[in-house]
Design a protein around this ligand. Structure first.
Ligand code: PMP
Length: 420
């Protein structure tokens, strides 16, 4: 077997601007919730491509459909041309996802990435309202293009770019100050202040559970209050469901149980199912005022992504995936609560919803140490939060009970050895 010289991936020694910091090995193969490196070592994947692989690696049905399509010389790239996979996807997405949820939205293909859908949403909200300001939240994450970065509440990622640009305002996310303080009332006082506070924005953009920001789950009540403010002030509500969507929190859209109806919804990461780059912007029909050609991108509407995304929708036909997530999620959270009790050295706080779980430890560097220890023991986990103080559990939604237990067992062993 091939043995790679790791210096090729080193920040200091290589010309390649791609660094291996958290997971120092060369991966060769992946299936379901498992990955293997070139030495043959097996890993349980609790990272899932940062939420881009919700159905695990190389899902058999998606693989079969994709291979079949490629072997038939199906069209790969077609921009806005009509193709069969595109038509089938639109029909299936409407029938399986939108209609049963009583959701009436137009589907736009803004380009292949999460940042692409966020940019399209911000631009459209400005065009619809004729206003320019956007309100976003502390520790929110929306992408690395300048517009998306401007509404991202992470100073490390923003400051080199000279952000803030004008016209973006960051407000405290739910629980950012304390459970009791009504920061939305504070926001509304600003809006009501007639100009000396915050100008009426075009949109408010939020994640219902902040992923990169540290697995901060907004309460449903808080989300309903945000929606209410948007309705009363004629502000568009944009939900960025790039990471929390496609089942990650237990329902297809992360906001379903809150009962809100965003004006614009951003989807990417797991929407193609197979890790193929793909994004959607869902727009309430009355706001679909784009002129033809006003917003485009070369790689929007990739047919391989349509093929796998259509196959992925088969998971959403009968409610069984939702039930599985709910059952296993209870197990995850009771296990994490147990860990926090058993290891008081963590000073841990359990966070999240569904299959979007984490433990925050205020002890400097500890979450990272635990993730590094887990990696050496064969469990892949990422850290999140402004100081990487949260370790993040993102198993595939399709993981078996045995796979989940094995991952949790390695996690506990890693914590035990790290807190000593
Ligand atoms: N929004 C959210 C909530 C995200 O988590 C991310 C990526 N982590 C993005 C947007 C940006 O997606 P991309 O990296 O594909 O541009």
């Amino acid at each position: 077997t091939h043995k790679t010289d790791m210096n090729i991936f080193s920040q200091l020694e290589s010309e390649v601007r791609s660094y291996v910091r958290s997971f120092p090995t060369v991966f060769t193969k992946a299936k379901g919730h498992k990955m293997w490196d070139e030495s043959g070592k097996e890993y349980i994947d609790f990272f899932s491509g940062a939420g881009a692989l919700n159905y695990g690696h190389n899902d058999p049905l998606m693989k079969e459909k994709l291979v079949e399509y490629i072997l038939s010389d199906g069209i790969t790239h077609s921009l806005d041309m009509a193709t069969a996979p595109k038509a089938v996807f639109l029909e299936e997405f409407n029938n399986t996802i939108l209609k049963p949820r009583d959701m009436n939205y137009k589907v736009m293909f803004p380009g292949p990435t999460g940042a692409n859908t966020v940019e399209s949403a911000l631009k459209l909200a400005r065009k619809v309202t004729g206003r320019t300001d956007i309100i976003s939240f502390t520790n929110g994450f929306h992408g690395m293009t300048i517009g998306a970065l401007s509404v991202t509440g992470n100073s490390f990622k923003r400051k080199g770019a000279g952000i803030p640009l004008t016209n973006t305002v960051t407000m405290p996310f739910d629980n950012f100050v304390s459970d009791e303080l009504d920061t939305l009332e504070y926001l509304e006082r600003f809006l009501d202040d007639g100009g000396s506070g915050v100008a009426i924005p075009a949109a408010i953009i939020l994640e219902t559970v902040q992923g990169e920001g540290g697995i901060n789950a907004a309460r449903y009540e808080w989300l309903r209050k945000v929606e209410d403010i948007c309705r009363r002030w004629d502000i568009l509500l944009i939900v960025d469901d790039v990471q929390a969507g496609v089942g990650r929190t237990g329902t297809f859209f992360s906001f379903e149980k809150a009962g809100i109806k965003p004006d614009i919804i951003c989807l990417s990461k797991s929407i193609s199912g197979y890790g193929t780059p793909f994004a959607l912007t869902l727009i309430k029909p009355e706001y679909d005022i784009w002129a033809p050609g006003e917003h485009n991108g070369t790689f929007r509407g990739n047919n391989h992504a349509f093929v796998t995304a259509t196959a992925a929708l088969s998971y959403w036909k009968d409610g069984s995936l939702e039930q599985k997530i709910e059952r296993q999620s209870e197990r995850i959270f009771s296990f994490l609560n147990g860990l926090v009790e058993k290891y008081p050295e963590l000073e841990g706080e359990v966070r999240g919803r569904g299959f979007m779980a984490g433990i925050c430890s205020p002890k400097e560097g500890l979450a990272g140490e635990i993730a590094a220890e887990a990696f050496s023991r064969g469990l892949i986990m990422e850290t999140a939060g402004p100081s990487d103080e949260v370790f993040k559990l993102f198993p595939a939604l399709t993981i078996s009970d045995e796979g989940l237990e094995e991952g949790l067992r390695i996690l506990e062993a890693s914590i035990e050895s790290s807190v000593k």
